[in-house]
Design a protein. Sequence first.
Length: 247
Amino acid sequence: MSQRLKLIIAYDGTPFAGWQSQSHRNTIQDHVERAFEHVVGKPVRVHGAGRTDAGVHALAQCAHADLPNGRLSAARWMEALNALLPPTIRILRCQSVSKNFHARISAKGKIYRYRIWVAPVLPPFEYHRAWHIPRPMDLQILKRAAKQFVGTHDFAGFAANRGKKEKSSVRTIYSVRIRREGPALTIEFDGGGFLYKMVRLIVGSLVNCALGKMRIEDVTVRLGSGQPGPARFAAPAEGLYLVRVRY
């Protein structure tokens, strides 16, 4: 009797080339599949809710895998996989689910968080954990610019080409929340779905507005145009975290 296993995975993306399997076999998907194969004795395909880029972190990525039999409980699978995975990848939760569940297709939305450290000096424990901006930023302008992205828009102007054309570049962002505690600034996006590098390109524009390098009107025009346009800047991968996948 085959078993479909749902996994909640956290990882530090720094040493890996993103989620999706590649020929060099140093991605999150590769490591998780290798751990499964070690236990099962044959290849096991792991399906993720989405593809995070190289250097991007996850607090709760979701994935599923179909196993040839239910010989291990979900708790034992979590124990076995964590014993085989690098310490920078951890299975946080594991459960058996119906064959109707699909990590990507069943997803209703995602929450991403971007972290920025606004201070002259970046503490060593924030290295590869946040985008360091040593100059002061105008928080009010940042918040005003962020409001432009809430709602349903054609986000082609804030997406990169992955090599495969999307069926549609229209996406809905339900909220953009900005919080600041001392030098730590977080921008959290809750949306129905996100295009390739969409969050990083949005954050790049927000920061340029807050630093006086770009006008909010420029953001509005690009958002309304549905076109990539020139001189776009993507925020570094190290500040981005996949917080949760909603089902």
